[in-house]
Design a protein around this ligand. Structure first.
Ligand code: ATP
Ligand code: I3P
Length: 324
């Protein structure tokens, strides 16, 4: 049966401008936050998708930010070759990196970072970008940038060490359960959230408010437990490392709504053979993204700023799990 879908919220509309892109590439229509294409400014560039390569392409933006992010991914690649150190262990928590690529976009050559598409294979991708830490300005920020950052997302950021620049979620339409709706919100919504609003939004994102408990609940529980498992692994990494401090970096939580509806083991077709598979990590991904402001750790101290946000996030997800 054909799936019926409908957009219900339009604060964060799907991209409607038409940048000149090289053949085979398209705008990443699951991009929920960050720098985007703009109809009136051909210099503004968002993320691209290379559907044949299974990757997304992130433009290197402001020179110092782009260079820092490239160096970060390159240092991880080098560490990977040399084994079991903190940098090598971090590779499991970030998208795979396939190197830089020059592309001509809007008639100008730009460099992109090729990254694993975290939504790859998801039929109905739910995506949430959560920016981590009370402090989102880096050690080289001007007093002006620092002030700007401190004035944003104030209600959540200062209490939880978290803020919500954007998300999209598939939901069952309350009025017509045979329909699925897509809800998208951007940074204006995130900036308006109180702590309570943040908690409610998280529950909504995990489809944990659904009145359709009988069918949805078992898989919602699987989803929440898997998110917690991946968050705990990231926390373990942060507790052990003294190398890096992450400012204005995000966690991207992605899951496939189409896997939420059934608690039965799903069967997939591979090379004509059906096989059973029920690995939540296949359809739930929590990864660190956005490394434009990663710095060597000050005095080799742990990144308490990030750890504080991560602990809050774990508490919020735990509370949702216990209330379903
Ligand atoms: N590896 C990925 N796979 C899938 N989607 C991604 C990936 N990386 C980024 N995205 C999407 O792109 C968005 C923006 O990513 P990112 O935060 O890296 O960009 P940015 O322009 O540096 O953001 P900011 O303006 O906060 O600095 C994310 O919210 C997410 O929707
Ligand atoms: O959340 P908002 O209000 O969108 O604010 C943006 C956010 O802080 C981004 O992280 C930052 O990009 P960088 O991380 O690349 O600095 C961007 O700076 P910019 O406008 O100078 O690009 C800000 O505008």
């Amino acid at each position: 049966m054909a799936r019926k879908e409908q957009d219900v919220e339009h604060e964060l509309p799907p991209p409607r401008c038409h940048p000149l892109l090289p053949e085979g590439f398209r705008q990443l229509n699951t991009q929920v936050a960050g720098h985007t294409f703009e109809a009136a400014n051909t210099e503004a560039v968002g993320l691209l998708q290379d559907p044949s390569g299974g990757c997304v392409l992130k433009p290197m933006g402001k020179p110092e930010c782009g260079e820092r992010e490239l160096r970060f991914y390159e240092s991880l690649a080098e560490a990977g070759a040399s084994g079991d150190n903190d940098l090598a262990l971090l590779r499991g928590h970030v998208p795979r990196f396939y190197g830089p690529l020059k592309l001509v976009v809007n008639q100008r050559e730009r460099t992109f970072l090729r990254l694993e598409d975290l939504t790859l294979g998801m039929l109905q991708p739910c995506v949430m970008d959560i920016k981590m830490g009370k402090r989102t300005w880096d050690p080289e920020s001007s007093p002006r940038k620092r002030k700007l950052e401190e004035a944003k997302y104030v209600m959540c950021k200062q209490k939880l060490g978290l803020c919500l620049p954007g998300f999209q979620v598939y939901l069952k339409d309350d009025k017509d359960p045979s329909r699925t709706v897509v809800l998208r919100h951007g940074k204006d919504y995130g900036k308006s959230l109180s702590v309570e609003g943040f908690q409610k939004t998280m529950a909504l994102f995990f489809n944990a408010n659904s009145s359709d408990f009988r069918t949805v609940r078992p898989q919602t529980e699987v989803l929440l437990k898997e998110v917690l498992r991946q968050l705990e692994q990231i926390l373990t990494w942060f507790r052990g490392q003294r190398l890096l401090h992450f400012y204005a970096s995000s966690l991207l939580i992605c899951y496939d709504y189409s896997r939420l509806g059934s608690s039965e083991k799903s069967t997939h077709l591979l090379n004509g053979h059906h096989f059973k598979e029920d690995k939540p990590s296949d359809w739930v991904k929590v990864r660190m993204i956005d490394f434009a402001h990663v710095y060597p750790a000050d005095q080799a101290l742990p990144d308490e700023n990030y750890i504080f946000g991560l602990n809050s996030l774990i508490s919020v997800v735990h509370a949702i799990l216990h209330q379903i």
